[in-house]
Design a binder for this molecule. Sequence first.
Ligand SMILES: C[S@@+](CC[C@H](N)C(=O)[O-])C[C@H]1O[C@@H](n2cnc3c(N)ncnc32)[C@H](O)[C@@H]1O
Length: 459
Amino acid sequence: MTPFMNNLEVESYLKHELLRNTEACHESQIDKLLSWLCTAPKFTTFRVNTLVSTVDEVCEILAHHLYKQAAAHGNYPEIYNVTVHPKLPDTIVIGSMDKANIRPQGKEVIVDATCGAAVLRGAHVFAPGVMGMPAGIHCGDTVSVFADIVGQCKKGFQKPYAQGSRMFLGIGVVRMERKQLYAKDLKPAGVAIEMTATISGCPVIGANCLPSNLALLQNLPSIVCGHVLSPLQNEIILDMCAAPGNKTSHLAMLMGDQGIIIALDKTKSKVNNIVKRCQQFSLHSVHTFVCDSTKTIQKVADPCDPKERHNLVLQGPPFRPESFDRILLDAPCSALGQRPQLANRITVNQLRSYPPLQRKLFHSAVSLLKPGGTLVYSTCTVTVDENEGLVLWALEHFLNLELVPAEPLLGGPGLRRSGLTEEQRQCVQKFCPPIVGDDCDTDTVGFFIACFRKKMQFL
Ligand SMILES: C[S@@+](CC[C@H](N)C(=O)[O-])C[C@H]1O[C@@H](n2cnc3c(N)ncnc32)[C@H](O)[C@@H]1O
């Protein structure tokens, strides 16, 4: 099985792209990549709000919660390994259990592929994701949950779904019945099936596992990204594509909530999510604006007193060139690194649309960065054009930029023969096969991080 089982055009695009760029990359490695993308990472990571708690305290709360939950589900004594990451002092890692032997029980419920992927990462089933549920299921019943991996299941479907079209995910207890899910004019929300065990063995993380201001469920490479940017107290930071604000909130915590973070996103409803994320953690240093970040530069800018920089950026976009000490460009991307990919419907045209947008955003970033400043570019995808290709292009076009090691380096190097020199490959970090392993740094989502410094003086 591959995530592109219904999308051979994209699969062959990816194969062609990786093979063209890396003669050393054999087809078998690409198959390995595709099957890696189909499975869920074996580790769950939380980033702790270090402004209000310590990682040890949160570790203890999580471990206690998971122990109690396992006992309530009759899985006693089941103990998850909850530890602090050895190199990321604000990160908690929870290993999975071996649950490969779980078998279907009770009637079958079908959820859509997006919901199915979330379930394999440890989520409960939320009402909008439930596609098919047979009649006669009642609250409290134990059911088997399957994902629709062909995208053909109609909302409200009642019959058993064809074998080859579904994938078994795990077992759960029904909390919403058909009448609550499918009644006319109803937009149901909330948990429809409380998962008790999934084949991925990830801990099931419900809303009640922690007080919401203590920590955030976040993929490990996304946490690394904040540490690579490494913002300092009282600096002026720009987060160009910030919604829903997960990395923004990390940056604010790293700065002790002292300084200015300008968080932009082009969609208003998404900017509202950044605001909610900052309220969740009571952050005051973040200032949000709805804005197309390709159009953020003030055309005619009079010279200004550097002391005025604070007041000027707070007025919002457009900004004067060289306004920011550090910039995060967590770019919109094809998101192929999001594991597990159960059914991917991206088209080749969509894949091709990302690099031009990423370059436009990068142009703005370079202009807005002050000399000596740091720019971190990241994506949650695995294509060469959006990652190593972007770095190559940037180094060719911006002679005032230098590539610096994206430390702390937890991922592997950039792809061989992608055009990057050996030294440049070692500066970036890529979370993706062929570097795979059984630890939390390698068995994670696909991701890419590059770090640039703007030269102080460019002659
Ligand atoms: C990868 S997501 C960002 C995730 C975010 N950094 C986080 O960690 O929570 C990319 C975001 O870029 C936004 N976006 C896309 N094009 C944009 C543009 N031209 N200007 C600003 N934001 C844009 C999307 O709305 C999306 O929210």
